[in-house]
Design a protein around this ligand. Structure first.
Ligand code: ARG
Length: 703
């Protein structure tokens, strides 16, 4: 024995793999050899006894994992926080460990029931005692961390584990003497990796490869310059030697079958207190309330998943299940996050899902002034497509001009307080901007079950369609187009040149002619190719009737641009009789406004193309206002631009041959958008056919 360091171990008399509570145990039930386990454990015991004192706790029959004394509790000085095991398979170990600690003069702290924490398996002291690293994500709950800070009077740094193979912090993280650290970065989320990098300087961090990690190299016992582990690669050993550590390998393969190795088999019970350090913990908690068809509509699952996916943890405090088919449910959920930044991220997502504060916790939105035109305060709340309200002086104010990716500007006017969604560039000194995530709520009308299930319109089942569903969707779109036209509503089309190349031009032209389209949003190219077809019969030099390239055809579109430039505008070319058919022709003839937004790759451009993109965005936005439906036809660029400006509640149909584009656009988390992966020419042709059917005199009979 070379130091006054003490460990607690438990002999493997009753050790076995009896159940599966971690991935390592899978397939290993009763596959470990007791004899070999005893031999390996004895070796480890001897190695440690050469360098420290080892106490033993009597093993208990029926508790095979009790050998893993790291999970007994977390010791600091004479205090110990007893483990509360997540799995019932290990909960029976708790009283034995408690008894041992009490008999050995420790003050034992017990966590509230149902708050799992698995001791030194999930909480590792910095070896200089400066702070405590605490893991969460699989076994221990984030909400246990504030208790550790309070009872042990130490700063707690929470690390989130994301790889189920490394379900305890000590399987992938091992603080060493002199501020060194071995760890496997892949086991942690990015926030935690950042935290580690902030606290441990690069020259002290030894990131290990997966091959070492799965040999439990991080599950090491460090006694001064000695590091004891199951197995180390040459590379890892060299790295540790280079900074003054000596590696002692001692095989523990029988214990790997249960998901543990050297460190798990020991609990260091002498952990000196550094009088300089005191409690502090970043864990923040907040209780939110949700209401609606939480179960049917899957809202509660989404909410809980997003809390965890974003690095937080939760506790459902209350869940009132709506009893009748029509009644809504309510839930109260306590959300915890390891930092305010993570909390903000989580809450802003929950706001999108309709989460609100408890009535007694309601507070005003936090405002900060704009100090430079066109620039928001750092922490500004980023708006979404959902109708939003902000609480100002105790009153909920509706946000006007709702759109995503803006900031909420609040202004005191003679008529009272106004709140508006604004683009960053439009913010002005004198305005206040909503920051952080307090006093903000989105209004989600809980659609009734009936409507959701039976609505003939499958906009209600948002998603990307398969080829089979195309015809069905076409029928529904046709029906909707008719309804909107007949009630004087507004339909916007955003379209790319592919509409022309795929032969959809004539069909879109017809929709415009027949009053189904109230504005066309596109770029330079769709207009150029449409007019090329009208004037020369080709689209990008390809003869549209015969489908073959025309000699010299690649220059056709430049000739067209030149012609229009000579006339001064598309409208003037139409008036002069140069253009006699096509999309642009119909727009001009039927007074359907169009906006052509320029881009870096434009030839020409046409005189009508708006090369000032800020102006183009503004013009797009003006046309979109009040739209009931938007058809997005094969233009990723213009359709995403349009999507960004469109609030929830507008039906969007996105048609593209590229599923990625469709997914991107129809995945707005709103029920009104639908994606169709198909050839846009085909889609438009089916659509006009369907409209013909709807207007046929026989319709009355079938409907
Ligand atoms: N079979 C045990 C469990 O899943 C292994 C515990 C390993 N201990 C540790 N500190 N990592 O709980």
């Amino acid at each position: 024995m070379a130091s006054d360091i003490r460990f607690l171990m438990c002999a493997p008399d009753h050790y076995d793999v009896d159940y599966v509570i971690n991935p390592w145990m899978e397939g290993n039930i009763h596959k470990s050899s007791r004899d070999r386990a005893v031999e390996q454990w004895q070796k480890l015991y001897q190695v440690l006894k050469d360098h420290a004192t080892v106490d033993l706790i009597p093993p208990q029959k029926g508790w095979p994992d009790m050998v893993f004394t790291a999970n007994a509790g977390l010791v600091l000085g004479t205090n110990v926080v007893l483990s509360r095991f997540l799995h019932k398979e290990r909960q029976g170990e708790e009283p034995y460990f408690q008894e041992w600690f009490e008999q050995n003069g420790f003050t034992v702290y017990n966590l509230p029931k149902d708050l799992p924490f698995e001791g030194a398996g999930d909480a590792l002291l910095d070896r200089a005692g400066r702070w405590l690293w605490a893991g969460y994500g699989f076994r221990s709950e984030l909400d246990s961390h504030p208790y550790l800070a309070k009872w042990l009077d130490i700063e707690v740094l929470s690390l989130r584990l994301i790889d189920e193979r490394f379900y305890h912090l000590d399987t992938c993280f091992c603080p060493l003497a002199n501020g060194y650290l071995i760890y496997y970065p892949g086991a942690f989320d990015s926030y935690s990796n950042r935290l580690i990098e902030m606290r441990v300087p690069p020259e002290k961090r030894i990131a290990i490869a997966e091959a070492d990690a799965v040999n439990f190299a991080c599950n090491a016992v460090n006694i001064e310059e000695i590091v004891v582990m199951n197995k180390a690669s040459d590379d890892l050993r060299a790295k540790l030697n280079a900074v003054g550590f000596q590696v002692i390998e001692t095989p523990l393969t029988e214990f790997l079958k249960a998901g543990g190795a050297a460190k798990c088999l020991t609990l260091r019970v002498t952990e000196p207190i550094d009088e300089q350090v005191h409690a502090s913990v970043y864990v923040e908690s907040r209780v939110i309330q949700m209401r609606g068809h939480l179960l049917d509509a899957g809202i509660i699952n989404r909410a809980l998943d997003l809390i965890v996916d974003n690095g937080g943890s939760f506790q459902v405090l209350n869940f009132n299940l709506g009893e009748q088919r029509q009644s809504t449910s309510t839930a109260e959920v306590r959300v915890s996050a390891p930092s305010h930044q993570v909390m903000e991220e989580i809450i802003s997502h929950l706001i999108d899902l309709g989460a609100v504060d408890l009535p007694e916790d309601e507070r005003d939105a936090k405002l900060e002034p704009v100090t430079k035109d066109g620039v928001a305060p750092d922490d500004f709340y980023v708006t979404t497509i959902y109708p939003t309200e902000v609480r100002i002086d105790g009153v909920w104010v509706k946000v006007e001009n709702q759109r995503m990716d803006g900031a909420i500007a609040v202004k005191q006017t003679p008529n009272g307080i106004t709140a508006r969604c604004k683009l960053l560039r439009d913010l002005e000194i004198g305005e206040q901007v909503v920051v952080d995530v307090f006093g903000i709520r989105t209004i989600r009308k809980p659609e009734s079950r009936e409507k959701r299930n039976s609505e003939e319109f499958s906009f209600m089942s948002a998603g990307v369609s398969s080829e089979r569903r195309v015809e069905l969707i076409v029928e529904q779109v046709a029906w909707e187009l008719r309804k909107i036209r007949d009630t004087g509503g507004k339909v916007i089309v955003s379209a790319g040149p592919v509409v022309i190349h795929t032969g959809g031009g004539e069909h879109l032209a017809r929709l415009i002619r027949e009053g189904y389209v109230q504005a066309l949003l596109g770029g330079n190219a769709i207009a150029v190719h449409d007019m090329e077809q009208s004037i020369m019969g080709t689209s990008l030099g390809v003869d549209m009737k015969r489908g073959v390239a025309v000699r010299g055809g690649h220059r056709h579109h430049l000739k067209v641009i030149n012609t229009i430039r000579r006339y001064g505008s598309i409208a003037q070319a139409v008036e002069a009789g140069v253009i006699t058919s096509g999309i642009m022709y119909e727009c001009v003839k039927n007074h359907v406004p169009f906006v052509l937004a320029g881009s870096i790759r434009d030839d020409g451009p046409l005189p009508d193309t708006q090369m000032d993109l800020i102006k183009a965005q503004t013009e797009y936005a003006q046309h979109i206002r009040g739209a009931e439906m938007i058809l997005m036809l094969s233009s990723m660029l213009h359709s995403i631009g349009v999507g960004n400006m469109t609030p929830a509640g507008v039906k969007m149909v996105c048609v593209d041959i590229n599923p990625a584009v469709v997914t991107k656009l129809s995945d707005r988390g709103s029920v009104e958008s639908v994606g169709v992966v198909t050839d846009v020419g085909l889609f438009l042709s089916l659509l006009t056919q369907q409209l013909d059917k709807l207007t046929s005199p026989y319709l009355g009979k079938t409907n």
